[in-house]
Design a protein around this ligand. Sequence first.
Ligand code: CP
Length: 306
Amino acid sequence: LIHLLSIEGLPRAVLTHILDTASTFLAVNDREVKKVPLLRGKSVFNLFFENSTRTRTTFEIAAKRLSADVINLDIAKSSASKGESLLDTISNLSAMHADMFVVRHSESGAPYLIAQHCAPHVHVVNAGDGRHAHPTQGLLDMYTIRHYKKDFTRLRVAIVGDIVHSRVARSDIHALTTLGVPEIRAVGPKTLVPGNLSEMGVQVHHDMAEGIRDADVIIMLRLQNERMSGAMLPSAGEYFKSYGLTEEKLALAAPDCIVMHPGPINRGVEIDSAVADGRHSVILPQVTFGIAVRMAVMSIIAGNEA
Ligand code: CP
């Protein structure tokens, strides 16, 4: 693995190796993350062409815990605003001896373009491209599920909400399938669930109660308004009534069900505060696990040369 651009096509052994490596970076209580010298002398450039709170910050923490030098390019104040192209920006940062680019971009495929353009010793990590993929979110979601549920091969996992625009849903579905989850459900209105999911072995439900009944894991997704045209936008109130996760609806799931969300959450739209902050929620542990998972990804790919 030279770059991490997508989870699609990665074998189970690779996914498991990443999760196992992540667990070595967490102290016994699974909260503290160790500092190690694995990327000492390497320069990691965070290039976030789209906004982020969790991914950008945890990549920065992860790179620092690996002892790398971290450069956060402020895209809004960069010369991209003067018309410099993406690839010219990359060429110039490469001339500063970048070893790794962590890239978020609104265009699907942008990290692939960068990976093709870079020198062979430079690594690229996709931190979310358009609606295509968000592989480290998929991996931290798998880490979280394994932490709480142990065995992927006995699980019912429901992914609820705006699946059609969600790079997280796509990465989660590939990872869950590869790790052997027998029942993956996509739950949402017809306009927000892609038609081809059943070809991937995913059950499609448009009724929320049916979709989450007896689920062991529920992954809630935000309405990605920034990727919708006017006609697609549901009203927040109507959406919450049909697909918002409340304590009442959660009672239909397995009694020890965990509730996940990649964030940012929109309280009262896709999830009620009582659930987001309730005893089934593992939304904040997901964020913490993201540091160790990103350390694992960066240390594994930096250890491999083209
Ligand atoms: N989950 C996630 O990608 O969150 P951010 O957009 O805040 O990075």
